[in-house]
Design a protein around this ligand. Structure first.
Ligand SMILES: [Fe+2]
Length: 506
């Protein structure tokens, strides 16, 4: 140990120093006064100090106090030739580790040091344990924070993933309220559209409401509150139970807190997410606020993208239809052919029980079925007489040309297949791929009958139009040869209704 001795008796000090060094202690320093001792303590560190109770410049107890203030953990052994009970008690109260009465033996000193070393070791162990506990606590705190961040990130990812999977606004609104309702503080939630210049909000989706207490489908909102919730600068607002009644004309009675989140497209508000939070949620976790904020931002972007996509698709079909119109305008005899074929085919598909989505596909793509004729030269298309074999082979390329034109424009495989296969035959003798029976997509089979009927009943440069009955007889002759029997039967119903309607209009 490094030991400091403060003793004004020079002989005793030196004797003690010599003995302690003999006991293999690392360093032993002797000071004659309290001032000198304190100076030395400021310069170097010690493991133990021996202090005489009477010093020339100060009381040993005063020095003990000063040493403890300097280093509370340093063990101090008081020494005195004339100890009193008061001195002993006072020294122990001030933190002395032991009290040696002069004269003492070397064994007394050795025993005292042994005990001090043990105590010091225990103290160090204790300190190290305390540090370890503190470090563990800090680690646990960091872990808890980390877990909460990981949880938040996985929820953000889930929100992002679920919204990315949505492709129509009808699906989006229920998904937003469902995602919002998964937050702990959210009891129930609704989404409203906010038509411009109207004081009412229109309900689109609800989640968490009990039967019988559903939030109205349409709510009236005060102009002041509308401005606050949907104004340009509004982010989100929190409304207390009593304010809810004042803000919305037909609001239900509730003890909950309401938080309102505006949704915008390019800065323009178009909807409001309203989440009711359970008791005490005015101070709900900032994590939930961040999640709702992210949900609204993400959903707003999704709506904006959908609107943009729908406008692009609509423009794109508009361009293709213009091309078809331009193509048909060149042929005096086939004007509006595509429009009629689409109408007949859609009616027949409806009779066959096709889904709404299939009918929509047919309505869009039917119009474009002959778009490949853009790639065939006019002299063949408008030839006033029968086609040569080579010319016919050229015309037969129009379904595959059409397929490649629309494939570059991003049409789905199902949509492309209708264009590609509208000249296939039920018996496999059609073109371009010679598909047979149900290998041919259903909508292409339906379109094929309608296409043939309209072609036969239209006047051509090299022949007159057939009558409706003649054309129908021709179709029937080709039942199970060129045409799918069920598609043909459905078309015959359409044709019958067409005749009845025309008879009525005469
Ligand atoms: Fe065609």
């Amino acid at each position: 140990m490094k030991i400091l001795i403060v003793e004004d008796d020079v002989m005793l000090g030196e004797l003690l120093q010599e003995r302690l060094l003999r006991l293999k202690h690392e360093r032993v320093r002797v000071c004659l006064t309290g001032v000198e001792a304190f100076q030395v303590l400021n310069e170097e560190a010690f493991d133990c100090a021996f202090v005489d109770l009477r010093l020339p410049d100060m009381d040993g107890l005063q020095l003990l106090t000063a040493i403890k203030e300097h280093d509370h953990g340093l063990p101090v052994v008081m020494m005195s030739g004339f100890p009193t009970m008061d001195h002993t008690i006072e020294a122990m109260r001030k933190g002395a580790s032991d009290f040696l009465t002069k004269p003492f033996t070397l064994q007394d000193v050795a025993l005292t040091l042994q005990r001090i070393m043990k105590e010091r070791q225990l103290l160090l162990q204790n300190l190290s344990l305390q540090l370890e506990i503190q470090a563990r606590k800090e680690l646990e705190q960091v872990n808890r924070k980390l877990e909460s961040r990981v949880d938040e990130h996985s929820r953000l990812f889930q929100i992002s993933k679920e919204i990315d999977e949505i492709h129509s606004s009808e699906d989006l609104y229920p998904r937003i309220v469902h995602l919002a309702s998964s937050l702990e503080s959210v009891e129930k939630v609704s989404f409203f559209l906010a038509p411009q210049d109207r004081s009412s909000l229109v309900g689109m989706a609800n989640c968490g409401w009990k039967p019988g207490d559903s939030w109205p489908q349409r709510i009236e909102i005060s102009e002041e509150r509308r401005q606050e919730l949907l104004g340009n600068c509004a982010t989100h607002a929190v409304i207390g139970p009593e304010e809810i009644q004042r803000s919305f004309k037909n609001a239900p009675q509730t003890d909950s807190i309401l938080s309102c989140w505006p949704m915008r497209i390019r800065g323009e508000p178009f909807g409001l997410l309203m989440a009711f939070h359970n008791d005490g949620s005015r101070s709900r976790p900032s994590e939930e606020t961040r999640l709702l904020d992210f949900l609204i931002t993400k959903a707003s972007l999704a709506v904006e993208n959908m609107a943009l996509y729908e406008s692009l698709v609509s423009n794109f079909y508009g361009i293709l239809k213009s091309l078809v119109n331009a193509l048909e305008a060149k042929d005096l005899y086939t004007g509006k052919h595509s429009e009629r074929v689409t109408r007949y085919a859609t009616d027949a598909a409806r009779i066959l029980g096709c889904s709404g989505a299939q009918l929509e596909t047919l309505e869009t793509v039917g119009y474009l079925h002959d778009i490949g004729k853009i790639g065939i030269c006019d002299s063949i298309l408008n030839k006033p007489g029968p086609l040569s074999i080579d010319e016919y082979e050229t015309v037969k390329k129009h379904p595959s040309i059409g397929d490649s034109i629309v494939s570059e424009l991003g049409l789905s495989p199902e949509e492309r297949s209708i264009i590609r296969h509208h000249h296939e035959r039920w018996d496999g003798a059609g073109y371009p791929d010679g598909l047979t029976g149900e290998q041919i997509p259903l909508l292409a089979r339906v379109l094929s009958v309608a296409d043939a009927f309209d072609a036969m009943t239209s006047k051509r440069a090299y022949r007159n139009a057939m009558s409706r009955d003649q054309a129908l007889a021709e179709l029937l002759k080709n039942r199970c040869k060129q045409f799918d029997p069920s598609a043909l039967d459905a078309f015959l119903e359409v044709a019958e209704k067409l005749s009845a309607d025309e008879d009525k209009s005469k």
